[in-house]
Design a protein. Structure first.
Length: 260
């Protein structure tokens, strides 16, 4: 099995995933003020930025556009997802297989699990199939570990986020993407709970350049190995300068104050 340190989705042990599964997860309304981000060719061009170590997209975009960018973009195949029109208990339909993703040239796969939801058991079993198939093909597996469900009162509570990273470790993920638990100390606990498995911080909703860069800087100080960001890139009028700033903070060790 290829180690995380040898995988193409990292650079010097750190990861910056540019996520564009938002067309499915959030729909066109998420891009109302920046409609050019709905153009797949434009977002694939953005994924060629040096800061981006992996580009997370779904099946349709990968099929149609990735062949033109396979030399310049590291593909992370997001294997499942659900539209915001779905109003039931959190769940996520599987839209393509590991084998099909590999045939398209994927360098890694990603899979959402909602611990605590009514369908946790089924999602965990689906993840098992994905994880074992990916092992056979030497592909890293990222878990989007998002605790949800009617019985869960606070899905960002420190103990819940630490549990989310631990679940990724226990189920065999090569990295787990989680929400921010609200403090540097809580994030450090989540990283500790993950053992040696890398933890990626979810980018979340758009905030100011300064606020986001400081959050990223503090997250790496707390022990995360990477970042998976979408809306904080796509909803900016000028995303490329912001990617430049992220590259400086994540890979060059510059402080947020120095690049704001």
């Amino acid at each position: 099995m290829r180690s995380f340190a040898d995988s193409p989705i990292q650079r010097d042990g750190r990861v910056l995933v540019l996520a564009h599964d938002h067309g499915l997860e959030h729909g066109p309304a998420a891009f109302e003020s920046t409609r050019q981000r709905l153009d797949p060719e434009a977002v694939f061009e953005m994924a060629t930025h040096d800061a981006v170590t992996a580009f997370a997209v779904g099946k349709g975009l990968a099929e149609t556009y990735y062949p033109s960018y396979e030399d310049d973009v590291t593909l992370l195949a997001k294997l499942n997802g659900t539209s915001s029109l779905w109003m039931g208990e959190p769940d996520s339909s599987v839209s393509w297989s590991v084998d099909y993703a590999a045939d398209l040239g994927a360098d890694a796969v990603g899979f959402t699990v909602y611990p605590g939801a009514n369908h946790e058991v089924e999602m965990t079993e689906e993840f098992r199939e994905v994880q074992e198939a990916a092992r056979d093909l030497d592909l890293p597996v990222g878990m989007w570990s998002y605790p949800r469900g009617q019985a869960l009162k606070d899905h960002r509570a420190p103990e819940v986020i630490a549990y989310a990273t631990r679940i990724g470790l226990e189920l065999g993920a090569d990295m787990a993407k989680v929400k921010h638990p609200g403090s540097r100390e809580a994030l450090a606990w989540a990283c500790e709970a993950a053992g040696d498995m890398p933890v990626l911080l979810s980018g979340g909703s758009k905030v100011s350049d300064e606020a986001f860069l400081r959050t990223v800087e503090e997250a790496f100080e707390a022990g995360v190995s990477g970042l998976a960001v979408g809306r904080n890139i796509w909803q900016r009028e000028e995303p490329e300068p912001f990617l430049d700033a992220l590259e400086a903070v994540v890979f060059e060790g510059e402080s947020a104050d120095a690049v704001v």
